[in-house]
Ligand binder design. Structure first.
Ligand code: NAP
Length: 323
């Protein structure tokens, strides 16, 4: 099969398309033919050698994919060959989804409804699961609350807008381009603002009638965290989803409001959390309230271009690789 391999950490050019032997599923494993693989910002941090968890090269990047079950190993009863599925992670984390085939454990494989394309299916494992965990498992968002999805135009943000709107929250979303603002509006946001416009945080506060927001889902905490604290209502929460550096905050901004800053990472989700959130995503796919947005598709051979694209401003849903 063809796979992207990284032999040394570095820029996008270290992503090399190579011919490697087809993997075989061992006992208790599932072999999935990858029809599309999702590109996440974390894939670029790992590739650069800048992430907390580092593989020993060579490794195959990628955690998200959708495709068809090719074969199952002995003892697998919950997944059958021929099934349309999405996957989150691989049995060996460093033999990932940027490949023609990937070996997974059964609990990493979930049914993909017919109405969701393989490309859309690549958004479920990391972006949609992150959005759900941030909104509900960590942020405890409730119907009638106001949520600010700060960075709503990308993979996580578009999913967060859809999921929050379906749960009955009032949704404020931000993007950095006109196209992104239009996309966020189409996903169901009640109000949209450009996070590159001077004074936009004042406009957000005005949209809440001066009350503030109950919950912030934050994609760029290194830029926004201190302003987020100012935007919170009494007992408000900020969930830090994305962060690329350090920031000074005024802790006093948390005191009178009894506000909370809550970290989140999908890697910290327990098996019970994951089971619960994928059940919720499955229901949202079934009832039509969750439909992942695909912005750009690249051939697998162009993984380097996809890694450049995922870090550019002007996000528009998911970036996908097609083997
Ligand atoms: P993405 O598709 O590249 O989207 C990035 C989003 O951040 C876009 O909406 C972008 O808007 C927005 N953004 C850029 N500058 C911003 C600013 N100054 N203020 C607010 N938003 C800004 O990435 P993604 O997959 O949605 O992931 C978003 C972030 O979450 C990344 O940092 C990623 O590493 C992180 N993440 C964390 C977890 C976790 O487990 N904690 C899981 C998945 C992702 P424009 O491009 O329109 O300006």
């Amino acid at each position: 099969m063809k796979a992207i391999r990284v032999h040394q950490f570095g820029g996008p050019e270290v992503l090399k398309l190579e011919e490697v032997p087809d993997p075989k599923p061992g006992a208790g494993e599932v072999l999935v033919r990858v029809h599309a693989a999702g590109v996440n910002p974390v894939d670029t941090y790992i590739r650069a050698g800048a992430y907390a968890r580092k593989p020993v090269p060579p490794y195959v990047p990628g955690a998200d994919a959708a495709g068809i079950v090719e074969a199952v190993g002995a003892g697998v009863t919950t997944v059958t060959p021929g099934a349309r599925v999405y996957v989150i992670g691989a049995a060996d984390e460093w033999k990932g989804t940027y490949a023609g085939l990937v070996v997974c454990r059964p609990e990493q494989v979930f049914p993909l409804p017919d109405r969701i394309s393989f490309a859309q299916g690549t958004a479920l494992g990391v972006p949609c699961a992150t959005a759900y965990r941030a909104l509900f498992q960590r942020g405890h968002g409730l119907p009638a609350e106001i949520v600010l999805v700060h960075g709503a135009s990308g993979g996580v943000g578009t999913a967060a807008v859809q999921l929050a709107r379906a749960r009955g929250l009032t949704v404020i979303g931000t993007a950095g381009s006109d196209r992104g603002l239009q996309l966020v509006r189409e996903q169901g946001a009640h109000h949209v603002f450009n996070h590159r416009s001077p004074g936009y945080t004042d406009q957000i506060m005005a949209a809440t009638g001066g009350r503030g927001v109950d919950l912030v889902i934050e994609m760029a905490a290194h830029i926004n965290l201190d302003n987020d604290l100012a935007l919170l209502a009494q007992h408000g929460r900020v969930v830090v989803v994305g962060n690329r550096g350090r920031i000074e905050i005024d802790p006093r901004r948390t005191m009178g409001k009894e506000a909370a800053i809550i970290g989140m990472t999908l890697f910290a989700a327990t098996p019970a959390d994951l089971k619960s959130l994928h059940a919720a995503l499955g229901e949202s796919l079934a009832n039509g309230t969750l439909t992942p947005v695909v912005g750009r598709e690249f051939p697998l051979a162009d993984a380097a271009r996809a890694h450049e694209a995922v870090m550019e401003a002007g996000a528009y849903g998911k970036i996908v690789l097609v083997p």
